[in-house]
Design a protein around this ligand. Structure first.
Ligand code: OGA
Ligand code: MN
Length: 216
């Protein structure tokens, strides 16, 4: 089984899989990029933040234009990086830093920073079809979504639907938010949406960014 094998594959080979996927098709889905204990500890953190009331309704749009609209986006988020990182966050950042360096080395993406938030979608919540780059701001170059849901079943729903041809129409693939699955894609290119789930759906989402002054 891929899942069982993948957990014994060294990080450098999994990073190679990401590079190859991005280079060839602009997106990639990898199972077990992180170890099970890292995933479990991240899930625990997200749950605790939620219980502590430290997650906020996510807005769409930017700063003064930001809107809260559950018909567009119904998740709760918590940005990482405002407090000292926990041990598991440090492990996560160390792996993502290796990924960032590899993306720069092989694909010349000029990524300099990662921004991350936990996201919890209550049952029924969606995120309508969108691109991750804000209009007029191309800093977000590569989107990375790590799912933290134990025993996710097909009937739970909640797929990430990724449209493959640079438009907001099919063909599309559906990625189920299984624990340990990491999805990486070029932020400028892929329209995507989160379909409603029957149960709470937890993820850790991040974007590798380019400096705005290095953009053309
Ligand atoms: C996002 C997003 C997808 C997912 O946060 O921008 O598209 O599967 N998330 O959680
Ligand atoms: Mn998105």
């Amino acid at each position: 089984m891929i899942t069982a094998m993948n957990s014994t594959i060294p990080l450098s080979l999994k990073i190679d899989q990401v590079i190859e996927g991005i280079a060839n098709q602009g997106y990639v889905v990898i199972e077990d990029f992180f170890s099970l204990d890292v995933i479990a500890a991240l899930r625990q953190e997200a749950r605790q933040l939620h219980l502590a009331g430290a997650m906020q309704r996510a807005a769409t749009g930017k700063e003064n234009m930001a809107k809260l609209d559950a018909a567009v986006r119904g998740d709760l988020i918590h940005w990482l990086g405002n407090t000292e990182p926990s041990a598991v966050q440090q492990d996560f950042f160390t792996c993502m830093e290796q990924l960032r360096e590899a993306l720069n080395r092989h694909l010349y993406l000029g990524l300099f920073e990662l921004e991350n938030h936990f996201a919890i979608y209550p049952p029924g919540a969606i995120y309508r079809k969108h691109l991750d780059q804000f209009r007029g701001n191309e800093e977000r170059q590569v989107s990375c979504i790590l799912y933290l849901n134990e025993d996710w079943k097909a009937e739970d729903g909640g797929a990430l639907r990724i449209y493959l041809e640079g438009t907001d129409s099919p063909p599309a693939i559906d990625v189920m938010p299984h624990s340990g699955t990491l999805v990486v894609f070029l932020s400028a290119k892929f329209w995507h949406e989160v379909l409603p789930a029957r149960r709470e759906r937890i993820s850790l989402t991040g974007w590798f960014r380019k400096r705005s002054d290095s953009l053309p």
